[in-house]
Design a protein around this ligand. Sequence first.
Ligand SMILES: *[C@@H]1O[C@H](CO)[C@@H](O)[C@H](O)[C@H]1NC(C)=O
Ligand SMILES: *[C@@H]1O[C@H](CO)[C@@H](O)[C@H](O)[C@H]1NC(C)=O
Ligand SMILES: *[C@@H]1O[C@H](CO)[C@@H](O)[C@H](O)[C@H]1NC(C)=O
Ligand SMILES: *[C@@H]1O[C@H](CO)[C@@H](O)[C@H](O)[C@H]1NC(C)=O
Ligand SMILES: *[C@@H]1O[C@H](CO)[C@@H](O)[C@H](O)[C@H]1NC(C)=O
Ligand SMILES: *[C@@H]1O[C@H](CO)[C@@H](O)[C@H](O)[C@H]1NC(C)=O
Length: 882
Amino acid sequence: MVERKEHRRRLLLALFFFFLGFRRIKCRSDTSSEDADAMFALARALSGLPSSWKPGSDPCSWDGVSCSAGRVTGINLASRGVSGSLPPSIGSLSALTTLNLPRNRLSGPLPLLPNLSSLQSVSFEDNAFESLPDSFFAGLIDLQSITLDNLPLAPWSLPRDLASSAGLVELSAANCSLSGSIPDFLGSLPSLRVLRLAYNHLSGTLPPSLAGSGLQQLLLNSQQSSSLLSGRIDVIGAMPQLIVFWIQSNAFTGPIPDVSNLTALESFNARDNALTGVVPASFAATLTLKNVSLSKNMLQGAFPQFASKSVSVDIDKGNQFCSPAPGPCDPRVTMLLDIAAGFGYPLLLAKSWKGNQPCGANWLGVTCDAQGNVIVLNFANQHLGGEISPAFSNLTSLRQLFLSSNDLVGSIPASLTQLPQLQLLDVTNNSLSGKVPTFRTSVTLKLEDNPKLGDDSGSLFSSTSSPAALIVGLIVAFVVLLACAAALLFHCRKKNQSKKFERIASDSTSFKIGLDGLSKGSGGISSGSITSSDQYSTEAQSMHISIQSLRRATDNFSDANILGRGGFGLVYKGDHNGTTIAVKRNGYDSTGNKGHEEFKAEIEVLRKVKHKNLVALVGFCDDDREKLLVYEYMAGGTLTEHLFQWQSSGEPPLNWNQRLVIALDVARAIEYLHSLAQESYIHRDLKPSNILLDKDLRAKVSDFGLAKLAADDQKSMQTRLAGTFGYLAPEYATTGRVSTKVDVYAFGVILMELITGRKVLDESQPPEDIHLVALFRRRFSHEKDKILTEMMDPTLELNEEAKKNWAEVADLAWHSTAREPHQRPDMSHAVNRLAPLVNHWQPTNYVDEDDDDEPSMNLTKRMEQWQYNDTTSTSTFDSSLK
Ligand SMILES: *[C@@H]1O[C@H](CO)[C@@H](O)[C@H](O)[C@H]1NC(C)=O
Ligand SMILES: *[C@@H]1O[C@H](CO)[C@@H](O)[C@H](O)[C@H]1NC(C)=O
Ligand SMILES: *[C@@H]1O[C@H](CO)[C@@H](O)[C@H](O)[C@H]1NC(C)=O
Ligand SMILES: *[C@@H]1O[C@H](CO)[C@@H](O)[C@H](O)[C@H]1NC(C)=O
Ligand SMILES: *[C@@H]1O[C@H](CO)[C@@H](O)[C@H](O)[C@H]1NC(C)=O
Ligand SMILES: *[C@@H]1O[C@H](CO)[C@@H](O)[C@H](O)[C@H]1NC(C)=O
């Protein structure tokens, strides 16, 4: 019936076209017939299909096929014994949302599905597919669930494209030849709840991004790689929704963390790893636990007693508990374990410290007297990290303590001075810092080779020889004390002044939907000029800063110096040879090669682009374990803080002139990036939290983590989606095509935010008004006369001239956010329109206490100096404002 109707329609069409003189008879643009062709191809390629799958019949009537409005939306063929390989044509079923083919005998390569942007659920497990193409996940932007378990695939690793599937809830890829490390972006996928990667060839550590993720099931057990998964598991302490955690048969180390925030934990299997330390009370007390398996580790201390009545526990085999049943340990064992906790429970000590008798049992580093008192602890040169625990002070019989040639950080705890028998403390050759507490004079202290250890107070008084020296010493001490007090006072005042905008806030409402490495250039993206060799370019090498210097500069990365935190890790404030710096730490996965390439690439890009309105890279550190970038410090914080958080900081809102200057600064920075002579860059993640301000509220653009090198001959290219919702140009969000106009769009959004004082996405508004761009454009098109009164930031007080300027900027914002990229102006146009507005600035509310210093220089003159020409350096510019 359906067939006949279709036939008649085709016949009529054919006659119609015939009479118009067209030779082509078949109408190929009919979408449902395209779906039909793809389904016929699928039916021809597979065997063992249900009998209803007859080529020529309506595919929507086939068993397991669902349709909507003539389009195929679902294919469900589970456990049917279907064999054959999937034809590429399946990739043209662009309305498909479900592709469920588990437990069949399908083979061959998995097809590319770049056009299936509606695909939500994919199930391929238990088949015989042989390979998964590199760009398999490209374009699957709506993906919510995918299962690839038990597939004999050729070795592959999780591609970065997957980061674009921001709605992914379940990723199940166990036993399918996955290799490489667990990529950091997985932890940042906001909806991910289930991650099953067991029985693969994974290596490396748990990514730090898992902290704060909403994962409920994390299954990583039984890796087959030679190095297995390793490192510490502390991050699970910050995964409050975790229910199932399986890591058995790997090489994880360190202690089980405090899990008091995990309120739903049911199954914890860490059997057969190298976990050490005391099982934390919070773990044994977790009432939701149903299964616990901890056998074959190096766990120490008291045998845990679980609070939950219904828990099944496997823990008794192959651990280092002090006794095989619950009950307290010998006090010396408890003390020694407290000490080991400071070092992070190193495996070396866990291997040797067995049982409940530390004396006479060859415990590494422990020497006792005949009465069984610990008198010497010798941990010299044992690769210990971590800190010197205050718990040493409980070991009152201790006489000699050797900790030399390790990698200990932190300070020497004052409680060590309480040890009544102590004769010798040797901490030479570590990275200790802080003040040395005052020990009795009978204690020999060896403190050399700890660059940050302040030992002046110790030496000054312990080596007194003559009364004169003592007096000189006292005077010096007094002067030093005074200077310290003055410095402290000054520091405190300064801190008060700048406190308000010190933090680099992470935009809580905006949400990064992808991270994309520079070095993974593909298609139209030229990465030729980015070095991919193992060496940094010579220019870059000169920017290398040692990890020791950075530890010194940031007070050993103390929490007090944290400026901000985000998906990239932490940013610390530091003082490097008198210059204030910002240090970005943990931004890169230090284990994977990819992370390394990205890190190098970011350095090379930042080294090449230099502009007064771009935040400058001061240097970097590429240590074995740490990759850090060092930027100039921006005292004014982010534009987000000034625009949207001024109320909480108590600062006045930005005035109109300041906003114009900021807009022009940003426009110049982006114009520069777009128009570099040999290679131009696209920023791709322009937003207020990436615009930093100096103390004079002049703006610099930062965060080039997503910048792309645009080949000159190519105006637009396809790329993986990355950026932040709200600021993404429509063509970029839907097709991934990126051009310089993507930045123009984001700039237009920022202009709207500057003139309205509203965030691009404002959840407090009624639904139709949440999106500032939509609201603004609607008003601009239909009620242009009222837009000024309705959309202007109420904190702005504008005179008639400034109101005209406001309308001018509104117009620029409107053009910059045009739907079609070609309708948006170039960045140079934005600069040309903004520059005269800044020039014509009326000095109504300009206040400058130091005006008298340069009476000859009037405001117009100053403004001229504000005009950037590339020969003025930032420092001359800054001094002209003082
Ligand atoms: C995806 O769509 C584009 C444009 O419509 C087309 O050229 C391409 O062949 C399609 N790819 C697949 C795999 O169907
Ligand atoms: C892994 O998958 C293969 C098929 O690829 C299957 O034969 C094997 O039993 C699976 N192993 C496990 C542990 O499930
Ligand atoms: C548990 O959560 C609270 C509140 O978020 C936090 O302050 C605390 O540090 C967390 N505890 C652990 C052990 O992570
Ligand atoms: C957990 O315990 C239940 C019964 O208590 C058992 O059926 C299940 O197989 C166990 N799971 C694991 C992973 O041990
Ligand atoms: C010393 O031991 C006591 C009792 O075991 C304990 O409460 C205290 O916390 C310990 N002191 C340190 C610094 O660990
Ligand atoms: C300092 O300690 C390291 C190990 O942390 C060791 O390799 C090195 O030889 C030590 N240097 C001296 C001078 O003892």
